[in-house]
Design a binder for this molecule. Structure first.
Ligand code: GTP
Length: 597
């Protein structure tokens, strides 16, 4: 196929602005699938995605269009809209020459519109603004055009208004793609050079690798090499998604498609890797290969200790499909045997958790999420720490760094004050403020990721009555005034309850935890002092006073069977208690603390 007839593009949008609906419509307008074949939300083929309405994994669909007797191949590369998957967004955009910037003509520009548009601009893509949902009576296309121009500095005069739902003016979108998106460059005669932008696991075929050819060609029987991984394989099949997997004799320069090579684990396929030929002259690696970073960690424990091996198996299965998720065994005084799991972000964490629950019927306990810190000890060595118990004593810490993110908030102007207060309460550093229109505003702050992870999104939604949106991107690590706050029960430190927090928050956090524990730990025959401490400095204390009565005493020695029942119950309760020193702490008490962080 002549590269001048190929157009590779993505749709970037804020969640719910209609990306999946427009993708469906484009497939229909181009006759790629007929209405009858069209299942709803064709691109979102994972159940969970459909449920959440978030396109998690990128796919690529090829459409053929005949215009004035010329055939064009349009490849739509789907990008995940959410911040956790920014890395995948970036890889997908590398494979395109253009992007449809889809904005809901009623909602207007939102936080992820901005973040995703910036990404597309960074990648030098031709950007075509599309105003969707013009069928809505309240659509305000002219204002939204202005928002696009002020926030993003794009020319929106030629923005296309359409309705992905009714199909109105969607054919114009196809014309714009052909007319405005530049064709790919590259050379069929050069050595194979292809970017891996995604992979999925198929039980029967192994890894299915999605790639975009920058140069050269690939066909079944070829020996190929992954430049980063350093591995070589024989190509068994190549093809394109239409949207079903459709075999082709070869893929040529500029095309987007899939490749199957009998690779048994996704762990061996790296998104962002470059594919070249294993024989003869090899291509240069494409820039930008980077390991995905796990930014958020939490502990997952089976409520029933017998489920430990089942949990390991379930986690292993998940990882085959999602190598960006990691886990390792850990033990906790409080929760027994479990796993420390690492995720790209909060949403990724939620998705993994939901999948676990759907695919196995284990009852799981999840600890409060925390982020990855970097700590330099006095001997000059840096360590990455993603669990509070691994934080060395304060006297041995030279520098304690935390990840900081740049957060965009978009909201109606009346809520600016509230959002600013939220950010300053969380020690955010103001970067700038912009008006998208007289009614809507964007605020940009640098905030520690730990604060964002804690409950920022929920707080934003409640402050703005649901109208505020946010997005963030990693800025880097910065030194923080951080401490490990320990909880002592009758003088013993309880590992599972340690937290990492800003020194200035330590006192209130400590007091809150101690108060919770006091409510949840039953009285003992002796006094139980509870303390929160930084090193040897106690920042909060409470005491659970002693009691002396036996619970059976109130049965007056009457009904013996009732007494027995009570004893049995007591014993049962004991089993679910952990003894720290000689204090019994019910699991419920740990959970109350862990779940709130
Ligand atoms: P994510 O997958 O969450 O990113 O959402 P999305 O951007 O793919 O949005 P989706 O296509 O799922 O559409 C979100 C909602 O908007 C759905 O309820 C659609 O039916 C509706 N919608 C999409 N396009 C239009 C349109 O042109 N007009 C109207 N009235 N509704 C639309």
């Amino acid at each position: 196929l002549d590269p001048s007839r190929i157009r590779n593009f993505s749709i970037v949008a804020h969640i719910d602005h209609g990306k999946s609906t427009l993708a469906d419509r484009l497939l229909e307008v181009t006759g790629t699938v007929t209405l009858r074949e069209m299942k709803e939300q064709l691109l979102d083929d994972m159940d969970l995605e459909r449920e959440r309405g978030i396109t998690i994994k990128s796919h690529a669909v090829s459409m053929r269009v005949d215009r004035d007797g010329e055939e064009y191949e349009l490849n739509l590369i789907d990008t995940p809209g959410h911040v956790d998957f920014q890395y995948e967004v970036s890889r997908s955009l590398t494979c395109c020459e253009g992007a449809l910037l889809l904005v809901d003509a009623f909602q207007g520009v939102e936080a992820q519109t901005v973040a995703n548009a910036y990404k597309a601009i960074e990648h030098d893509l031709e950007i075509i603004p599309i105003l969707n949902k013009i069928d809505l009576v309240h659509a305000r296309p002219d204002e939204v055009k202005e928002e696009i121009e002020t926030t993003l500095g794009l020319d929106a005069t030629e923005a296309i208004g359409c309705s992905a739902k009714t199909g109105q003016n969607c054919a114009a979108v196809i014309d714009a793609i052909i007319d405005r998106v530049p064709p790919p460059k590259g050379n069929n005669d050069a050595p194979l050079q292809a970017m891996v932008f995604d992979s999925v696991y198929d039980e029967y075929r192994g890894a299915i690798i999605y790639l975009r050819l920058m140069n050269g060609m690939v066909r079944p029987g070829d020996r190929i090499k992954f430049l980063q991984a350093g591995t070589e394989h024989e190509v068994l099949e190549v093809g394109q998604l239409t949207p079903k997997r459709t075999q082709r004799d070869f893929l040529s320069t500029g095309q987007v498609g899939y490749m199957i090579c009998n690779i048994k684990s996704l762990g061996n396929v790296h998104i962002g890797d470059t594919v070249t030929t294993a024989r003869g002259k090899q291509a240069e690696p494409l820039p930008g290969y980077d390991e995905p970073k796990r930014m958020v960690f939490c502990g997952l424990y089976p409520s029933d200790g017998h489920d430990f091996e089942n949990l390991r198996e379930a986690l292993g299965k998940l990882q085959v499909n999602d190598p960006s998720f990691v886990f390792e065994p850990e033990t906790s005084d409080a929760l027994g045997f479990g796993f420390r799991c690492g995720f790209l972000g909060l949403l990724h964490m939620e998705i993994v958790q939901q999948r676990l629950e759907q695919e196995s019927d284990m009852d799981l306990v999840q600890t409060a999420p925390n982020v990855t810190y970097k700590i330099q000890t006095n001997d000059g060595v840096w360590n990455e720490v993603h669990t509070p118990t691994r934080v060395p004593d304060a006297s041995d810490i030279k520098e304690f760094q935390q990840p900081v993110v740049r957060v965009n908030f978009v909201m109606p102007a009346e809520y600016i004050g509230g959002v600013m207060k939220l950010c300053s309460d969380r020690r955010g550093v103001f970067v700038r403020q912009e008006y998208l229109s007289p009614q809507r505003s964007m605020l940009v702050y640098d905030i520690s990721l730990a604060e964002v992870v804690y409950d920022m999104h929920d707080r934003l939604k409640s402050i703005t009555r649901g109208y505020g949106t946010m997005d963030y991107e990693m800025k880097g690590y910065e030194a923080g005034d951080l401490v490990r706050l320990d909880i002592l029960v009758k003088g013993d430190r309880v590992d599972a309850l340690s937290i990492i927090c800003d020194k200035r928050d330590a006192d209130p956090r400590g007091r809150a935890v101690i108060k919770k524990l006091k409510e949840e730990i039953p009285r003992h025959m002796f006094e139980v002092p509870l303390q929160a401490a930084i090193g040897t400095r106690i920042v909060a204390r409470e005491t659970i006073s002693a009691m002396s009565k036996n619970v059976t005493a109130k049965c007056y020695g009457g009904d013996i069977s009732r007494k027995k029942k009570l004893w049995a119950k007591q014993k049962e309760g004991k089993k679910r208690m952990k003894s720290i020193g000689n204090v019994d702490i019910p699991q419920k008490a740990f959970l109350a603390v862990l779940e709130t962080g």
